[in-house]
Ligand binder design. Structure first.
Ligand code: ADP
Length: 254
């Protein structure tokens, strides 16, 4: 569009990082961060650029202030062998970030440029939900190898996922595919399967947009519990079906 093609900032790679994969969603609460965390198992680096609602500290059981390296770059915090950086390391848990767009942008700039990642083959970036300034500025500032879009099969989430996919296409970021999350819940007692948010909405959207479905993650209490306790299912229960569903995505993506 006109606004986007005017004065595009020059893309500059992140020092030491070979490839960047972003995990995005149109809407919040659909499982984007959970997917990013579980997909990062092969990536070694995880960057949370959700300044208003950082989830990575809790999901990766990390807190504290990053140390500075000799050249004044922030050192990522480490858990499960994954180097992580998040706005949540720089502010208290309960302190809201009450900032206008420009300040958020400069914080994102710091998270993109002032972290000492060492050498990484892949960095997974957990984007904030939506298709606004922040998403655009990240997409335009760094070269992105691909975007993974997470959605539940529900119309209200799919409409926003569609917009997300179109946004990446407009800024020439390849969309690697969709992840359908929370499509099915199986009763642990009677084994009956219920499609709480619909059965195959993301699959249909993938067809419409000519995209691959990278994975289909069931709605499962252990995914929620392991996220809440900072022990993502791919690390804490790697042999479970849930972990395998995520690992399949990670294999396709990185
Ligand atoms: P988003 O990043 O899109 O806002 P989150 O990844 O934070 O969403 O997920 C929202 C909530 O749903 C979290 O509490 C998370 O633990 C839970 N959740 C995500 N995916 C699943 C799933 N497949 N099964 C059960 N709970 C899930």
């Amino acid at each position: 569009t006109q606004i986007m093609s005017r004065g595009l900032p020059k893309q500059k790679p992140i020092e030491g990082v070979k490839q960047v994969i972003v995990v995005a969603s149109g809407k919040g609460g659909v499982g984007k961060s959970t997917t990013a965390v579980n997909d990062s198992s092969k990536a070694i680096g995880l960057l949370d650029v959700d300044v208003y609602g950082p989830s990575i500290p809790k999901m990766m059981n990390l807190k504290g202030n990053p140390e500075l390296s000799q050249n004044n770059l922030m050192r990522p915090l480490l858990n499960y062998g994954i180097a992580c950086m998040s706005m949540g390391f720089l502010v208290e848990d309960t302190t809201p970030v009450v900032w206008r767009g420009l300040m958020v942008m400069s914080a994102v700039e710091k998270l993109l440029r002032q972290v000492d990642w060492g050498q990484l083959d892949y960095l997974v970036v957990d984007m904030p939900p939506g298709t606004g300034d922040m998403q655009l500025s990240v997409s335009q500032n760094i070269p992105i190898s691909g975007a993974v879009i997470v959605s539940t099969p529900q119309d209200i989430a799919l409409i926003d996922a569609h917009k997300g996919a179109e946004m990446f296409r407009k800024v020439h970021v390849p969309v690697l595919g969709l992840v359908q999350n929370m499509s099915v819940f199986q009763c642990p007692k009677c084994k009956h399967k219920t499609h709480i948010f619909g059965a195959d909405g993301a699959r249909k959207l993938a067809q419409t947009l000519d995209l691959d479905v990278l994975g289909d993650i069931p709605l499962h209490p252990s995914i929620r519990e392991t996220s809440d306790t900072g022990q993502p299912v791919v690390f804490s229960q790697p042999d479970s079906d849930e972990a395998k569903a995520y690992l399949r995505i990670a294999t396709e993506v990185v």
